[in-house]
Design a protein around this ligand. Structure first.
Ligand code: CUA
Length: 322
């Protein structure tokens, strides 16, 4: 079957995206076979028509024979197409259920559609983490996408997997796939869901099982860090603090931030204050309230970008710097 499948895909599938999952073969084999039958039917019909036009042209037979009906021919042209159509229907129903077939060892990824992004939640050994828009999957492993939506109806569609399923608020839908090809495959939202519907896209990145496991372990580990100092250090670099503040004593744009907690600060307006937690919090939320002497007032407020907890983590981190 694989050989015939490839020939048909070569003949009719050139305009379709890569077949990157088992599902894709179920759908394409059916589509390509119906296409083949249609092509045979079309050319067969045209050939017979042309033959009749020539063979029974008026110049050859002035008067046609009188044939009221032919039971044998009529039975043939009824029974053969009927069998073909029943065959296509049975094949279609089989492929539909086969596509839904979920192996017991399938891994589960939760997919949540939101205006206007896709969120994926992975779980391993009772620990969870979520990621946005790029979904990692291991190649050749069956996966069940357990899907829902938080606002309106979206539709999770990966053309290379040939399956599309709505995500519905208050309802769980699922989508079983076994990726068979490594690479990046586009995800679209295929249900109009508001002004940024067309931007609700993502990527499925199918990688080797080894790479997937490394990625998953790293993500789980990162998502489950509880040490406030480490969380603070991460925020400090992720929020871009390191662009202006060194922690080595070097001057970049703003003052270096190692070893200043608890010391006296001198400000541009001549006042001084002890650099305590209160002062650091103020400097993050209202950077121009107290500008350190000798430095430009160039920092923008981080109000609304950091939670109270996150500010605490950053303070805890800064305290550790010597
Ligand atoms: Cu979500 Cu369209």
């Amino acid at each position: 079957m694989g050989f015939i499948s490839e020939i048909l895909a070569f003949l009719f599938g050139s305009t379709l995206p890569d077949r990157a999952a088992k599902n894709a073969y179920l759908i394409d084999d059916l589509y390509n076979s119906v296409m083949l039958l249609s092509v045979i039917g079309f050319f067969g019909l045209m050939a017979v028509m042309v033959f009749f036009v020539i063979r029974y042209h008026r110049s050859q037979n002035d008067k046609s024979a009188y044939i009221p009906h032919n039971a044998f021919a009529e039975t043939l042209w009824t029974v053969i197409p009927t069998l073909i159509f029943i065959g296509i229907a049975v094949w279609g129903i089989w492929a539909f259920y086969e596509r839904e077939n979920t192996p017991d060892d399938a891994m589960v990824v939760k997919v949540t559609g939101k205006q206007w992004l896709w969120e994926y939640t992975y779980e391993k050994d009772g620990k969870q983490f979520s990621t946005l828009n790029t979904m990692y999957l291991p190649v050749n492993k069956p996966v069940v996408l357990d899907m829902t939506s938080t606002d309106v109806i979206h539709s999770f569609y990966v053309p290379s997997f040939r399956t599309k399923r709505d995500t519905v608020p208050g309802m769980r839908t699922s989508y079983t796939i076994t990726p068979t090809m490594k690479g990046d495959f586009k995800i679209f939202c295929a249900e109009y869901c508001g002004t940024k519907h067309s931007e609700m896209r993502g990527i499925v990145r199918v990688v080797s099982e080894e790479r997937y496991n490394k990625w998953l372990d790293r993500q789980i580990k990162e998502a489950n860090i509880t040490d406030p100092v480490e969380l603070g250090a991460r925020l400090f670099s992720r929020k871009g603090c390191t662009t202006c503040h060194s922690v080595s004593g070097d001057r970049i744009i703003g003052p270096p931030l190692n070893g200043f907690v608890g010391t006296d600060r001198e400000f541009a307006d001549g006042s001084t204050a002890v650099a305590n937690a209160e002062y650091i919090r103020e400097s993050i939320l209202k950077p121009n309230a107290k500008v350190v002497k000798g430095y430009p007032a160039r920092m923008n407020s981080f109000a609304g970008q950091l939670s109270e907890k996150e500010i605490d983590y950053i303070i805890d981190y800064l305290k550790t710097l010597k």
